[in-house]
Design a protein around this ligand. Structure first.
Ligand code: SF4
Length: 352
C-alpha cells in the first residue's frame, strides 16, 4: 500500500528543534538562530529571500521540510473605520479568515484556530459548514505574518476568537504561542494574547497549569443552563457551574483577569430578569473567592441562517446598568468593520 509522506513545515519548529535538525544534517548550531530570524522575525515567504544561508543548506532544508506558506486571497477594507478583513488561502485550498483592528495601543489581529468549527453555537456563522480540520502551527503563524507584511506594521495584540474552538487544537495552539512569543521572532507578549473558548472545562484547567500570562475569555452568553443549552451544545457536557469554577481557577492560578463574553440576543437572553440572574450567578459561583473579571456585552451579529435579532441600544444599556449597579465591571463591544461582512465566518462562508 502507498502512504503519502507527511512533511513538516519548517515554521513549525522552535529554535531548539531547528538546532537538533541542523546537527543531524552536520550543520552548525548558530545557523538555527539565523534561520529562525528569517522565518519568524523577517517573516520570509521563501528561502530565496535569505542572504546568509548557503545554497547547500537551502537544498537540504527543501528536501527535508515543507517551506511553502499560505497567501492572502482577498482583502476587505472598512470605509467606516480602519478595520481590515483577510481571507487567507491555505496550501490545500481551504480558506480562513483573520481581522485586523487598529486601536490607540497598536494593531490587534483576530485569528482563526480551525477551518470551520464543530461546536454548533447557534448564533455563529463559523460552525455552519462544520469542522474541516485543525490549523497547523505555521498556518496559525501565517495569519500574523501575512497581515504584518502586507501592511508593513507590527501586530502587538492577538485575539484567538476567529473560526474554531482553540482548545480543540490545544497542542498546536501552545506551540504557536511559544513561537510567537519568542524574542528572536515576533516577540509578542503573552499578556497581549487573548484566547476565547466556548468552555471546555478540562482544557481550561490544562491551560491554567501552564501558568502563562494569557487572557482567557469564556463565551458565556446565558445566565443559566437552560438558556445556555439552547444556544450552545457544549452546555450539555459541562454545566455553567463547572465552567465558572474552571474560570475562577484560571484566575487564581494565573492572576490574570478573566472575561465573560455575553452576546445579547433580543428576547432570548437580553431581559431584565436575565441580567438579574446573571448577577446572582456570579455572586453564587464566586462566593468567598476574590475573582477579578469583566463582562463584555456583544449585541449579536445577525446571521441569515437563524432568526436571532439584535436588541436595541436601550435594552443593551439597561442590561449594562444592572450589572454595573451590582459592582460588576462591564464593557459593550464596539462594532468594527460593520460594512465588510459582520461576524467571523460570514466572509469565508460567502466566498466558499
Ligand atoms: S462561537 Fe466559537 S466555538 Fe462556537 S461555533 Fe462559533 S467558532 Fe465554534
Amino acid at each position: 500500500m502507498f502512504f503519502k509522506k507527511i512533511v513538516m513545515n519548517i515554521r513549525d519548529l522552535t529554535i531548539e528543534e531547528i538546532k537538533t535538525e541542523l546537527n543531524a544534517m552536520s550543520e552548525q548550531s548558530y545557523r538555527a538562530v539565523q534561520l529562525f530570524d528569517w522565518l519568524h522575525s523577517k517573516m520570509i515567504l521563501s528561502l530565496d529571500e535569505t542572504t546568509n544561508i548557503g545554497n547547500s543548506l537551502k537544498k537540504k532544508l527543501v528536501e527535508k521540510f515543507d517551506i511553502s506558506f499560505p497567501s492572502i486571497y482577498k482583502e476587505y477594507i472598512s470605509n467606516i473605520d480602519e478595520t481590515r478583513k483577510y481571507l487567507i488561502l491555505l496550501n490545500d485550498g481551504n480558506i480562513i479568515e483573520s481581522v485586523l483592528m487598529k486601536y490607540k495601543y497598536g494593531y490587534s489581529l483576530c485569528i482563526s484556530s480551525q477551518v470551520g468549527c464543530n461546536m454548533g453555537c447557534s448564533f455563529c456563522a463559523s460552525t455552519i459548514g462544520g469542522l474541516k480540520r485543525n490549523l497547523e502551527i505555521y498556518e496559525l503563524l501565517s495569519q500574523v505574518y501575512l497581515v504584518s507584511r502586507h501592511n508593513n506594521i507590527r501586530i502587538s495584540h492577538i485575539v484567538i476568537m476567529g473560526s474554531g474552538e482553540p482548545f480543540n487544537n490545544f497542542d498546536n495552539l501552545v506551540k504557536f504561542l511559544d513561537i510567537i512569543n519568542d524574542e528572536k521572532g515576533q516577540n509578542i507578549s503573552l499578556r497581549n494574547v487573548t484566547i476565547s473558548t466556548c468552555g471546555i472545562v478540562d482544557k481550561i484547567f490544562k491551560l491554567a497549569d501552564l501558568e502563562k500570562p494569557l487572557t482567557l475569555a469564556l463565551s458565556l452568553h446565558a445566565p443559566n443552563d437552560v438558556i445556555r443549552k439552547e444556544l450552545m451544545p457544549i452546555a450539555n457536557k459541562y454545566s455553567i457551574a463547572e465552567v465558572l469554577d474552571a474560570m475562577a481557577h484560571y484566575f487564581e492560578k494565573t492572576n490574570r483577569r478573566i472575561t465573560f463574553e455575553y452576546s445579547l440576543i433580543k428576547d432570548v437572553n437580553d431581559g431584565v430578569s436575565n441580567a438579574n440572574d446573571l448577577v446572582n450567578l456570579f455572586k453564587e459561583s464566586f462566593k468567598n473567592r476574590h475573582i477579578d473579571f469583566n463582562v463584555n456585552l456583544i449585541p449579536v451579529n445577525v446571521v441569515k441562517e437563524n432568526d436571532f435579532e439584535r436588541p436595541d441600544m436601550s435594552s443593551v444599556n439597561l442590561f449594562k446598568d444592572i450589572l454595573e449597579n451590582n459592582h460588576i465591571s462591564v464593557t459593550v463591544r464596539r462594532e468594527l468593520g460593520k460594512d465588510i461582512s459582520g461576524s467571523c465566518g460570514q466572509l469565508r462562508a460567502s466566498v466558499k
